[in-house]
Write a protein that binds this ligand. Structure first.
Ligand code: ADP
Length: 185
């Protein structure tokens, strides 16, 4: 599924983030930036040991923030390490922090001249964020950013399984109904 916001596109695909050919891929990192399980472990394995050597010099990363490194053996030139929140039901902070992790990733991309970015479904694995709550936040924050920053031309969400893809597809269909800036392909 694909939509447009002015000249930019948001794409949803099922797949593996480590294989993406966008200029940057986003990692669902933790505050240490020293690697972990899930998508973080997969990115470090695919990029090779020089990635950890670099991220260990970055001083960690606050929840809701993002830092950039090289991509090493990946196709992507850069990895943007974003830290999403651990989910807590009925806590308004988690939505704010999840939105912030997406917005900060896109700001960091812009600062480094990156115009194409792939995101995983941040916080929806070990961090427990329900997909149907995370998807509208991820997509809404991205659509708002693209509207104001035409330098970013493609944001691809790479969903690992069919369930995650379906949740993002439903949220993107809702967004294209409610946000006049979001146009179907
Ligand atoms: P978090 O700690 O932020 O919840 P996880 O890595 O546990 O991060 O999970 C985030 C999401 O990434 C989950 O939806 C998980 O299914 C997905 N995921 C895991 N491996 C990959 C991969 N190689 N490519 C894309 N998504 C992945």
């Amino acid at each position: 599924m694909r939509v447009h916001i002015n000249q930019a596109a948001i794409e949803l695909v099922q797949g593996d983030i480590t294989e993406q050919d966008t200029q940057a891929i986003v990692n669902a990192a933790n505050t240490t930036l020293l690697g972990g399980g899930g998508v973080d472990g997969a990115i470090h394995r695919a990029a090779g040991p020089r990635l950890l050597r670099e991220t260990s010099t970055l001083g960690g990363c606050a929840t809701g923030d993002a830092k950039i490194s090289g991509g090493y053996r990946l196709k992507a030139d850069h990895v943007i390490h974003a830290v999403g929140p651990v989910y807590r039901k009925d806590d308004p902070d988690v939505a704010r922090l999840l939105a912030s992790a997406h917005r900060r990733s896109l700001e960091v991309a812009l600062e480094h001249g990156v115009s194409t970015v792939a995101f995983p479904a941040i916080s929806t694995g070990v961090y427990g964020y329900p997909l149907h709550e995370a998807a509208p936040i991820a997509l809404g924050t991205t659509a708002d950013f693209l509207r104001d920053h035409p330098q970013i031309t493609l944001v691809r969400f790479v969903l690992f399984d069919q369930r995650a893809l379906a949740a993002f597809e439903a949220a993107l269909a809702d967004l294209s109904r409610s946000d006049p800036n979001v146009q179907p392909d």
